[in-house]
Ligand binder design. Structure first.
Ligand code: NAI
Ligand code: PYR
Length: 332
């Protein structure tokens, strides 16, 4: 039987999809726990039309791609394939998750030398094949790796973004919403600074419908402030707790990456606490860290100058100094 003659697409079938919009193509580098959680979240939310996944472990990569492809009958059409960076040509976004992860008890900053070495050979290849893509860095320590990627790639700072504290902000909103018995989407709160041990909760801005959290809770519970401190400790230690139990964190970061990617590719102008190059905000210079920023098809186009109280400002500046000291030790 000649399969080619079995079905010939009509002119409309060939042409109409390309008239509606350009296909959206993404590359995920690293098919580990995080890379595959990103692929799964992007796939089930129909954010990309084509996903190329790249990993040095070809054997595992082939298995991961087979497994995802077997789910396609339940989803919108998406081309998912194992590939190399050369297959990333014309990609709109490159999501980088490749590298070492924390072992139980290790900090994110402990990973810096191993992952900078990987980026030194990886990033020039990414730029060679995907020079027009937005680069979204997930590999830890994510703020340092975003800075390293920016320097090695020579790309404009708007095009190199770290997932930063988008995940910590989600943990913060979830835990606060549990405490207050609200939908987390109705509660606005931010974690800023390093995605790591020096991160900063912006308590002065936590609000529900514009109402500050302490106005909402004071009458109900006099003991709320120690409770709130406990919540922040849970946010800060979440990765340690999860890694100690299951070896890695994956689902929530996958969803966070899907949201950042959606804001980029659908030009949504969402305000997200991504990590980007900060200069001249809150006295911070030449460091990548998270502040609320506008994310769209150009990447990060605006970092918001969030007003902070004195404690928050000091904590943010300390966080930036910790990151800056590490950058100064690197040979970039
Ligand atoms: N920014 C964030 O919020 C989060 C960041 N992470 C970080 O993401 C990274 C990945 O974590 P997991 O996926 O759990 O680790 P994993 O060990 O499961 O996967 C890493 C993958 O990278 C691949 N890899 C290593 N070097 C490569 C290269 N040069 N090219 C292509 N592939 C390469 C490995 O073969 C492996 O499959 C870690 O650095 C981790 O700390 C994890 C969770 C949240
Ligand atoms: C591992 C990591 O960075 C996190 O889950 O926050």
């Amino acid at each position: 039987m000649n399969f080619e003659n079995l079905f010939t697409p009509s002119l409309e079938e060939k042409i109409i999809p390309s008239i509606i919009r350009q296909p959206r193509k993404g590359v995920i580098i690293g098919a580990g726990q995080v890379g595959m959680a990103c692929a799964y979240s992007l796939l089930i939310q129909n954010i990309l039309d084509e996903i190329v996944i790249v990993d040095i472990n070809q054997h595992k990569l082939a298995g991961e791609v087979m497994d995802l492809n077997h789910g396609l009958p339940f989803l919108e059409p998406t081309l998912i394939r194992a590939g190399t960076l050369a297959d990333g040509e014309n990609a709109d976004i490159v999501i980088i998750t490749a590298g070492a992860k924390q072992k139980p008890g290790e900090t994110r900053l402990d990973l810096v030398n191993r992952n900078v070495e990987i980026f030194q050979s990886l990033i020039p290849e990414v730029v060679k094949y995907c020079s027009t893509a937005i680069l979204l860095i997930i590999t830890n320590p994510v703020d340092i790796m975003t800075y390293v990627c920016l320097k090695i790639s020579g790309l404009p700072s708007s095009s190199v973004i770290g997932s930063g504290t988008v995940l910590d902000t989600a943990r913060f909103r979830y835990l606060l919403s549990e405490k207050l018995q609200l939908d987390p989407r109705s509660l606005h709160a931010y974690i800023i600074g390093e995605h790591g041990d020096s991160e900063v909760p912006v308590w002065s801005k936590v609000n529900i419908s514009g109402m500050h959290i302490l106005d909402e809770t004071r009458e109900e519970d006099e003991q709320i402030e120690p409770e709130l401190d406990k919540i922040f400790a849970q946010v800060k230690n979440a990765a340690y707790e999860i890694i100690q139990r299951k070896g890695a964190t994956s689902y929530a970061i996958g969803l966070a990456v899907a949201q950042i990617t959606q804001s980029i590719l659908r030009n949504q102008n969402r305000v997200l606490t991504v990590s980007s190059l900060i200069n001249n905000i809150h006295g911070i210079q030449d460091v990548c860290l998270s502040l609320p920023a506008v994310v769209n098809r150009q990447g990060v186009t605006r970092v918001l100058n969030l007003s902070l109280n004195q404690t928050e400002l000091q904590q943010l500046q300390l966080s930036s100094q910790i990151l800056r000291q590490i950058i100064e030790q690197l040979d970039l």
